[in-house]
Ligand binder design. Structure first.
Ligand SMILES: [Zn+2]
Ligand SMILES: [Zn+2]
Length: 197
């Protein structure tokens, strides 16, 4: 049986089956890329999930397993509304891992979702019900759960960051250089400039 460390559940906040699916997907990605959890930079994880559907809990599992976190700018949502993610190490072939539809169907058979459909938040659902919903995720093998493919043409890059900062001439707060906007000869932060970006 696959084990997910307690700190990951604590970080996520509740017991649900989708964070664990993301965690296992992340562990599989590390294995396929032949790397350990990312401590610094150099790997991107791009979940295909969107922001207009549930089950984005997977993203927390992906961050915890891979170390590709939002804070390190190693993660970006692609907004396709799909149960999948792309893992990319510049200079190497990207891989895409998707959750098999049959496995999604199996997970959704749990009583957990009857509570969710009644609008009950996961932390208010009895622990045993949650545990039962997570069980298939911890006992299934990787092939049953996931499909892995290579994406030879996939590229992703971020603009180069800047260490330069200056103080906005209106509010006096520090702003990083790429975000300074010049208005009427003044160097301003975006909110003070009134510009949208
Ligand atoms: Zn969750
Ligand atoms: Zn300002």
């Amino acid at each position: 049986m696959f084990e997910i460390p307690d700190w990951v559940f604590e970080f996520h906040g509740h017991y649900c089956p989708f964070m664990p699916i993301g965690y296992r997907m992340g562990i599989l990605a590390l294995k396929r890329l032949g790397i350990n959890r990312v401590r610094d930079h150099g790997v991107f994880c791009l979940p295909e999930m969107g922001d207009r559907h549930p089950q984005t809990c997977m993203i927390d599992g992906l961050q915890a397993a891979t170390g590709c976190t939002y804070g390190k700018l190693l993660m970006e949502r692609l907004n396709y509304g799909k149960y999948a993610a792309i893992f990319y190490r510049p200079g190497e072939v990207a891989i895409r891992i998707s959750v098999r539809p049959e496995f999604i169907d199996r997970v959704h058979r749990a009583d957990f979702f009857k509570y969710r459909q009644r609008g009950i938040e996961p932390s208010k659902i009895p622990y045993d019900v949650c545990k039962k919903a997570i069980e298939p995720v911890l006992t299934a093998n990787e092939d049953e759960m996931f499909k892995v493919e290579e994406l030879p043409d996939f590229r992703f890059e971020r603009p180069k960051g800047s260490w330069q900062r200056a103080r906005c001439e209106k509010c006096g707060e520090y702003v990083f250089e790429p975000y300074i906007r010049v208005k009427n000869g003044q160097d301003l932060c975006i909110p003070c400039s009134g510009y949208r970006d």
